[in-house]
Design a protein. Sequence first.
Length: 235
Amino acid sequence: MSNSVDPPAGWPATEAEALAEQQRLRGLVDAGPCGPALAGLSLVAGVDVAYDDERDVVAAAAVLLDRHSLEVVEESTAVGRISFPYLPGLLAFRELPTVLAALAGLGRTPDLVVCDGYGLAHPRRLGLASHLGVLSGLRTIGVAKTPFTFTYEQPGPGRGAWTPLHDAENGEEVGRALRTRRGVKPVFVSVGHRIGLAEAVHLTLELAPAYRLPETTRKADSLCRRALSAAVERC
């Protein structure tokens, strides 16, 4: 495929190498209790990936939105070969080469990237959002559909209600279960890089005015699925 993406030189190829890389990078995450002011933040990107494991193909999409209107400003996709086996807690090593390529295809730099996954809400505190933030230098958050291995109480039924997402082993708050629609199951928000948790929750609500998932994720999901279908047809 002419638009295929190769993993960067030195990209981990084994579980042991990936675990060592996570331990190395986790100390580089900027995740203080409070993030910078959000007033100047205007361009928000969503990233997502889709796989065809049978053909060993992965497609990534980056969709840039205006934060206030939620209109699409720009789109980019990248397609490549799956660069790492499926192992829980190590999904970033499968996804990041194509995600980074999709982001590089945008003409403008996002002020924030929303990942369909985890940031600090990860056993080694380096989910996709944090990993992406460290490698790219971009401000990132993770908005996941499930709580992974962490515990939480159900938030109240109203939009905007939230409860802490805790590590059961040490009680650490690693994110928040956030109700984005009344009576609909929550999403799980965590800091990725260069933002505070309260700010991440605030932005997630802004980006999800009508549906459970943020518009960034919804649009990136649709685009990466279309890109995968087109790539598979060419294979």
